[in-house]
Each structure stands twice: as structure tokens, then as C-alpha cells.
Design a binder for this molecule. Structure first.
Ligand SMILES: Cc1cc2nc3c(=O)[nH]c(=O)nc-3n(C[C@H](O)[C@H](O)[C@H](O)COP(=O)(O)O)c2cc1C
Length: 170
């Protein structure tokens, strides 16, 4: 499978460790993995202007780093959404990358999705998980799993090894 990981963290720390563990496992299993650090990119929110669905022939009127994400959306078989929990939700950067898919509609080939969440406290990501499940259902993707780490778990080699093994078994 061709797997695209959208890392919504602006930092290379806890979420990045989960992303790297997932990528290592998936690569070991022979999958092709691309990590897009959308948390560090400049991606504006969708303006809802409908240019893409009228004059734009599926292209967004906004020219920003989303141009690096759209080709991955068009080509991948699985999308892994990864984010720290910010105020009980995914980061604004990841949400922008999710919502700007509007210009192409649904990712045409992606049939599987997963969610990696890192938070300071446990159980603060329930809203993000709910939004993720609704969103992938709408996109016709099957949930391959949700993995959430909180507090000290973020630095646990054992927990990261579990993520690696999970990705290896995909
Ligand atoms: C702006 C901001 C908002 C946050 N909101 C929450 C929150 O609602 N719940 C929580 O448990 N942790 C919250 N945190 C803590 C992060 O989720 C946590 O430190 C996470 O491991 C950071 O991941 P990272 O190293 O990939 O940035 C917040 C951190 C920041 C910077």
C-alpha cells in the first residue's frame, strides 16, 4: 500500500515519535510511506468560495502548501492522521489540511485510515476521535485503528513499539 501520514504537529517531538514508529513498522511490512509535516506547512483554511467546483476544474484558488498535499490525497491507499491534542481537538494545521480536500472531493483510492493522537492528559482527545470517525465515514474509508498516548506514555519505548507492531501488521 501507499500510505500517506499527515503529521499535524508543529513540533518534532511526541506526535513525531508516534509517526516515526508507525512509519518504521509500515515500511518493514513492505508498504511505501510518505510523511507530510502539515503542522509545519502554510495551509490556509478553505474559503468555501466554490472556485474549485465552478471555474477551477478541481483546483483550489488558494496557492499555498496544500499543493504538496493534494497529489498525496489523489494517489495514496491509506491516510494516517496524526496530531497532538490542542484544546480537545486536532491542531488547526491538520484541520486545514483535512478541510482543503474539498476541491478534489473524496480521496479516490484511499480506503483505509488511522489516527495517532498525543496529549498531555488522558482522554482529552475524544472529540477529535469522534470527528475523525465521522470524517472518514463520509470519505468512504475504513478505520484501521486509533492510537492515543497521553503524558508519560509519550516517552514510553514500549508504547512506541506497540505502534510499530500495529503498523507492521496492517
Ligand atoms: C496550544 C496547546 C493546546 C493543548 N491542549 C491540550 C488539551 O486540550 N489536552 C491535553 O491533554 N493536552 C493539551 N496540550 C498538550 C499536548 O497535546 C501534548 O503536550 C502533546 O504531547 C504535544 O505533542 P507534540 O510534541 O507533537 O507537539 C496542548 C498543547 C498546546 C501547545
Amino acid at each position: 500500500m501507499k500510505i500517506t501520514i499527515l503529521n499535524g504537529s508543529p513540533r518534532k517531538e511526541n506526535t513525531a515519535a508516534m509517526v516515526n514508529a508507525f512509519a518504521e513498522g509500515a515500511k518493514e511490512a513492505g508498504h511505501e510511506v510518505e510523511i507530510l509535516h502539515v503542522g509545519k506547512m502554510k495551509i490556509a483554511g478553505c474559503m468555501g468560495c466554490e472556485y474549485c467546483h465552478t471555474k477551477g476544474e478541481g483546483k483550489c484558488i488558494q496557492k499555498d502548501d496544500m499543493e504538496k498535499v493534494i497529489p498525496a490525497y489523489l494517489d495514496c491507499d491509506m491516510i494516517v492522521y496524526a496530531s497532538p491534542v490542542y484544546y480537545f481537538d486536532m491542531t488547526a494545521q491538520l484541520q486545514a489540511a483535512i478541510q482543503r480536500v474539498y476541491c478534489i472531493g473524496k480521496p479516490p483510492k484511499a480506503k483505509k485510515a488511522a489516527l495517532l493522537l498525543s496529549s498531555g492528559s488522558p482522554d482529552t482527545g475524544t472529540g477529535a476521535v469522534e470527528a475523525y470517525k465521522n470524517m472518514i465515514g463520509y470519505m468512504d474509508m475504513e478505520n484501521a485503528g486509533v492510537y492515543a498516548l497521553a503524558g508519560a506514555e509519550n516517552k514510553s519505548a514500549e508504547k512506541l513499539a506497540q505502534i510499530r507492531d500495529w503498523a507492521k501488521a496492517l
